[in-house]
Write a protein that binds this ligand. Structure first.
Ligand code: NAP
Length: 276
């Protein structure tokens, strides 16, 4: 029997997850169907329960429901606990199990695709929302030497840092970047500013002396943040398409017990995006 999965969000029409999982299924020979589900803003929980009751085996969860997916679950993985949010749900006899694969997706994309050694690295994380929350734990587990969380609303950065109680983690507002600019940092944009094509108040000197600029947002053309990094003279950069594929692969592994080969899927998606 064909096993059913889906990604649920609002909006959802833009999601590339169905195309990614169709490729993973073809590659591994797994018989699955993977759809996109639009949940009403006041009906996420009902949408999830109906999908599970109809025999669905698992869901990916995207904006704006990751915290609600976490709250809905009967059990949670340590990485979902650390994030306080879930992007992967598993349905079985024990109920709803929540996991979060965003962080491992970022770590694999940086470390494997972009060959950035993370052990001992200095990371400047821009943003303190759901995406940032999901990557702090996995970056620390990957051995980064310092992780500074910077957010427009500084108190959110402080609250996120406090959840980890790790001496490598600090928090600040953007104004602090001008005072103590980090050098040779991997700068990760986990804000949604780029969705409105907005630049971030990061001093050019920080980007010029950075080792790598990474934007979780992706597109056919360089994102606003990557254009900003290039204009400042940042030596190397990437968008978040690789993270998207890696987090999906980890969800597939949780559901199906096999980790797909992500590189051909990444290349196919990059080609389908066009541009550049
Ligand atoms: P979110 O929870 O809504 O958080 C948004 C964050 O962006 C907050 O920290 C917010 O700061 C900041 N922000 C928004 N507009 C800003 C601006 N003009 N200037 C400075 N900061 C601004 O969103 P999210 O779930 O974390 O997602 C963030 C982004 O990551 C989205 O674009 C999403 O598509 C992307 N993402 C990509 C992947 C992937 O696989 N590639 C995975 C997950 C997420 P305040 O706290 O001050 O409001």
């Amino acid at each position: 029997m064909t096993d059913r999965y889906a990604v649920v969000g609002n909006p959802i029409g833009h999601s590339r997850s169905p195309a990614i999982h169709a490729r993973f299924a073809a590659q591994t020979g797994h018989d699955i169907r993977y759809e996109a589900l639009l949940a009403p803003l006041d009906g996420f929980e009902q949408t999830v329960r109906e999908f599970a009751a109809a025999g669905g085996r698992g869901l990916n969860v995207t904006v704006p429901f990751k915290e609600r997916a976490y709250a809905l679950a009967d059990s949670r993985s340590p990485r979902a606990e650390a994030a306080g949010a879930a992007n992967t749900l598993v349905f079985d006899a024990a109920g709803i199990h929540a996991d979060n694969t965003d962080g491992v997706g970022l770590v694999r994309d940086l470390g494997q695709r972009h060959r950035l050694p993370l052990a001992g690295a200095s990371v400047l994380l821009l943003g303190a929302g759901g995406a940032a929350s999901g990557v702090v734990g996995p970056l620390l587990a990957a051995g980064v030497g310092a992780l500074c969380i910077v957010n427009r609303t500084a108190i959110r950065a402080q609250a996120l840092a406090a959840r980890f109680a790790d001496p490598r983690v600090s928090a600040a507002g953007y104004d602090a970047l001008a005072e103590v600019p980090p050098s040779r940092a991997i700068v990760v944009n986990a804000t949604s500013a780029g969705l409105a094509d907005a630049a971030l108040p990061v001093p050019a000197g920080v980007l010029r002396s950075a080792r790598f600029a990474y934007d979780m947002v992706y597109g056919a053309q360089p994102t606003a943040f990557l254009r900003q990094a290039a204009a400042a003279g940042c030596p190397a950069m990437a968008d978040g398409l690789g993270m998207l594929v890696e987090q999906a692969a980890e969800s597939f592994r949780i559901w199906r017990g096999v980790l797909p080969d992500t590189e051909p899927v990444y290349q196919a998606l990059r080609e389908a995006l066009g541009g550049r």
